[in-house]
Design a protein around this ligand. Structure first.
Ligand code: IMP
Ligand code: MG
Length: 190
């Protein structure tokens, strides 16, 4: 649904959004740098990507197309925010279809906040006796309280505000924005 104002037609859902925090160019540069590092780390190996759905969907799609490796792609559903901007501290983790035993697994997520989601995922993957487990995250919030885990491959640090776009959502909306933006015009939310 769009609202018209004069000659411009602006989608209603974009009007409340705040400033760009990470531009599409900064994202593209960071994805390219991460892919270069991963290509060196896993050269000559088969890499099993475990994409954390739904937020990592767009990041993973861009990242794997830059990897000159034999890549297997698995997804896992995770959620702890619902229609809120704060984690409930107990991430729901969905089922994993493939057996990851012996595989070199890279867990890929969109953003690191408390780190509880990634911590729970690492534990789940480790219980399946993989060959190795590493983590790759595009964004990390700079927080007073440090995250529960260290990430092996990190993209960009951002301020501790709730952001949307490039896969990141609020109430399952805004994932399709090409830049990462604050949810609220003055950044008051989050
Ligand atoms: P954590 O468990 O607190 O580290 O939260 C990580 C998960 O929460 C990520 O997989 C994201 O999907 C989601 N998340 C954390 N911060 C944001 C945000 O600012 N916007 C949208 N999603 C977020
Ligand atoms: Mg997520």
């Amino acid at each position: 649904m769009t609202k018209s104002s004069g000659s411009s037609r602006v989608p209603d859902c974009f009007q409340a959004l705040g400033a760009v925090v990470v531009s599409r160019q900064q994202i593209a540069d960071s994805v390219a740098q991460l892919a270069d590092k991963l290509a060196r780390q896993y050269r000559g190996k088969e890499l099993t990507i475990l994409a954390v759905m739904t937020g990592a969907m767009i990041f993973v799609a861009d990242l794997i197309r830059r990897l000159p490796l034999r890549v297997r792609l698995n997804v896992i559903s995770v959620g702890s925010y619902g229609d809120s901007t704060a984690s409930n501290g107990k991430p729901y983790i969905g089922p994993l279809c493939d057996d990851l035993a012996g595989q070199d697994v890279l867990i890929v997520d969109d953003i690191l906040d408390s780190g509880l989601t990634l911590k729970a995922l690492i534990e789940k993957v480790q219980s399946m006796n993989p060959g190795s487990v590493r983590t790759c995250v595009l964004l990390r919030k700079v927080r007073v309280q440090p995250a529960a885990v260290e990430v092996d491959y990190m993209g960009l640090d951002i301020e501790d505000k709730f952001v949307v776009g490039y896969g990141l959502d609020y109430d399952n909306c805004y994932r399709n924005l090409p830049d990462v933006r604050k949810l609220h015009p003055d950044g008051a939310i989050g």
